[in-house]
Write a protein that binds this ligand. Structure first.
Ligand code: GDP
Length: 299
């Protein structure tokens, strides 16, 4: 987990930096608690998590005067409490197979890379994986997914650029069923500029899937780029409305100072968080480990 610690260094330094100098008594006074709450918000943890941590600190009777270290320990404990309920790996459990996993998110969020990482993870668990190029709007997206499929040695179903995504998905489910595939991972368009169109497109994909298997899609995974900070949170709001979301994967948590947004997402939305992305390589998808994350975030 070196990469994890390295990745969160800036986030943790930012939090420590923001909290620096707020030294308290065995009982923190209101002004100090205000300062701490502000510092937590400035560190992207969001108003709700910040208020919750403030409350916990207010209850605390520190053995000695509360220094930065003592405060951080309480912060870490509370972050772990916030993260624990949302930790949920993406398991392949659907019966009948295949499990259909729709992957959504804005362009550039790391959607394609995350699909490849998930495919790799499932392969390591001995599952048969197939990809579907449901973002037919961008030729580059189809191409990039095909490159990953080839590299990983997994089958891919794609259509022509500008084709109907729902028809690609239809073909993919048929092929996956015929070939005994365990997990079918579907890429989708991420053009949030045209919300109405995207909504219609995703609704149509859902309709077609539902006709083939009432349980499908089994998962609708929203990919979020942590470097977008609070904007990542508004994307949750929008995609919940546009497509429905069953879980999250947050990417680019390596090297950003905005890792606190993971805590904000957990506290504000309570959606399952399946994994996190900590790099561009195929094995840079890490399990969402609340206690470890709390420790790396709170230094
Ligand atoms: P898409 O447009 O959403 O499909 O995004 P891509 O998968 O093409 O990713 C956009 C860029 O982000 C690419 O350069 C990826 O290598 C990079 N990327 C994706 N995930 C991560 C991550 O976890 N960390 C870092 N540092 N880069 C990432």
């Amino acid at each position: 987990s070196d990469r994890l610690f390295g990745g969160f260094r800036k986030t943790s330094e930012r939090l420590t930096g923001n909290l620096a100098g707020i030294v308290g008594k065995a009982r923190l006074d209101d002004a100090q608690l205000d300062d701490i709450e502000d510092a937590l918000i400035m560190s992207d943890l969001g108003p709700r998590a910040a208020a919750r941590i403030r409350e916990r600190l207010a209850e605390e009777r520190f053995e000695r005067d509360a220094d930065e270290r003592a405060i951080m320990e309480v912060v870490a404990r509370e972050i772990a409490e916030i993260l624990r309920p949302v930790a949920k790996p993406l398991d392949v459990v659907a019966f009948p197979r295949p499990q259909v996993i729709l992957v959504i998110g804005v362009n550039g969020s790391g959607k394609t890379t995350t699909i490849a990482k998930l495919a790799h993870l499932f392969q390591e668990q001995d599952y048969a994986v197939m990809l579907a190029a449901g973002d037919t709007f961008r030729a580059a997206a189809i191409g990039q997914l095909a490159v990953w499929a080839e590299r990983l040695g997994v089958p891919i179903v794609k259509g022509p650029e500008g084709g109907d995504p729902a028809s690609v998905v239809f073909d993919a489910v048929k092929a996956a069923t015929d070939q005994g595939i365990d997990a079918l991972i579907v890429d989708t368009a991420g053009r949030l500029q045209n919300k109405r169109e995207l909504m219609d497109e995703l609704a149509k994909i859902r309709r077609v899937l539902g006709r083939l298997n009432p349980e499908a899609p089994h998962d609708v995974v929203l990919v979020l780029d942590a470097t977008n900070g609070q904007n990542a949170l508004s994307q949750i709001e929008i995609f919940k409305e546009v497509a429905g979301v069953s879980g999250l994967i947050m990417t680019k948590l390596d090297g950003t100072a905005r890792g606190g947004v993971l805590v904000a997402a957990a506290e504000q939305y309570g959606l399952p968080i399946h994994a996190i992305g900590v790099g561009e390589k195929i094995d840079d998808l890490r399990p969402f480990n609340p206690d470890l994350l709390a420790r790396v975030i709170a230094g």
